[in-house]
Design a protein around this ligand. Structure first.
Ligand code: NAD
Length: 354
């Protein structure tokens, strides 16, 4: 009898094409809003999760990372890279895929592309943090660094906060032009600017999403006025930051998971015991978000495993309603679980008789 994989061994797989169909069938704004709810729900049960800084393998040109977590019932991890030089060769800076598994059997229950999903979850997390930290009624955002993440950031801030005026700045003007083209007709008033300062004029929110493997200074202290919210996305690796240290000293800093952010975030520039507030506490109501109109708030975003877990959980819940997935023959499934070798010999015999 030939071995056929049973349903349990066929793992739902969401390809890049499936992901695009899921996102467009749900709609960007609803997708980003619902994803933000999933992240907020998971952050509110923070204590149920295994938490560890991601496991990073650094090289001269970039980093390859594994980001695992579990809530005791479901396990998830993401494989992700960050290689700023890649775009020069026609590749993405960041690519990713992820896996979910049930803890009771260890069997994977979902494999998904996560390059698009990471951009969506990063944007949803940024906007969710800003909901608690940005000045009330914020409408205008400066978006500095107009690469792969940028449109997603704009869409999430529109969906969750109603931001509809964007000042774009990138050292490569073609990147800003592409971003403006992609966002055209989506309800934004967009201006392409010649400097970060110009993009920031009148903005209540400043998002930095640049990619450079160095201590960069995208923003200097004199550029930052009282009362703004800074959403710093691009500084997410040891030796890779975007803000001048003096800005950090004037800001109230909010982070995902301090042991990881102290290694990877803007705060790697500060003393190890510099006070920060954990966002799960803000979402749960046990710590304050924005407290005054003059306060400078800073979300030192690096991306944490629970956000990817939430994103995979959200996608898993969309499989049946949308139908956009296939099944992968991923797990060997012999009729007798201990007869793994027999499965091979039967396949061998079948090949010889064919
Ligand atoms: P990308 O390479 O597609 O885009 C980066 C853009 O920044 C480019 O257009 C580049 O020209 C521009 N840039 C570089 N230096 C600049 C400067 N000094 N001033 C203005 N613009 C400048 O990268 P991406 O995929 O959009 O990612 C952006 C950053 O966000 C990366 O550093 C990435 O590692 C990081 N990231 C963080 C998270 C997170 O969770 N925090 C998630 C995903 C990506």
């Amino acid at each position: 009898m030939p071995n056929t994989a049973s349903d349990l061994a066929l793992v739902p797989f969401v390809s890049v094409d499936d992901m695009m169909k899921i996102v467009t069938s749900i709609g960007y704004e609803r997708f980003l809003t619902e994803l933000a709810f999933y992240i907020e729900d998971d952050f509110k049960r923070w204590e149920q999760f295994d938490k560890t800084p991601r496991v990073a393998s650094h090289s001269l040109d970039g980093v390859i990372e594994l980001m695992p977590t579990s809530d005791g019932r479901t396990y998830g991890f993401k494989y992700v890279n960050g290689h700023p030089k890649n775009t020069r060769e026609g590749r993405q800076t960041v690519t990713a895929f992820g896996v979910m598994a049930t803890v009771d059997t260890g069997y994977p229950v979902l494999i998904s592309e996560m390059t698009i999903l990471t951009a969506l979850r990063t944007a949803a997390m940024s906007a969710l943090a800003a909901k608690h930290l940005a000045p009330a009624g914020s409408r205008r955002m400066a978006l500095i660094g107009n690469g792969a993440q940028s449109e997603f950031q704009a869409m999430a801030f529109k969906a969750l906060l109603g931001v509809d005026q964007i000042g774009l700045y990138d050292v490569d003007r073609r990147a800003s032009e592409r971003c403006a083209r992609n966002l055209a007709g989506r309800g934004f008033d967009i201006g392409i600017c010649d400097s970060a300062e110009a993009a920031m004029e009148g903005a209540q929110i400043i998002t930095t999403a640049t990619a450079d493997k160095q201590y960069a200074t995208i923003l200097t202290d004199n550029m930052i006025g009282a009362g703004v919210h800074i959403n710093a996305v691009g500084g997410d690796c040891p030796g890779k930051t975007e803000l001048h240290r003096d800005i950090l000293l004037r800001s109230d800093i909010f982070v995902e998971f301090p042991p990881q952010t102290r290694i990877e975030g803007e705060i790697q520039q500060l003393e190890e015991d510099h006070p920060v507030t954990e966002l799960w506490e803000v979402f749960s109501g046990t710590a304050a978000g924005r407290r005054s109109a003059s306060q400078i708030t800073l979300f030192d975003s690096v991306g944490f495993a629970i956000e990817d877990f939430s994103a995979l959980r959200y996608i898993r819940d969309q499989l049946q309603p949308t139908g956009y997935f296939s099944r992968l023959d991923l797990l060997a499934d012999p009729d007798d679980p201990r007869d793994l070798f027999g499965m091979l010999t039967r396949s061998e015999a079948q090949a010889k008789s064919a």
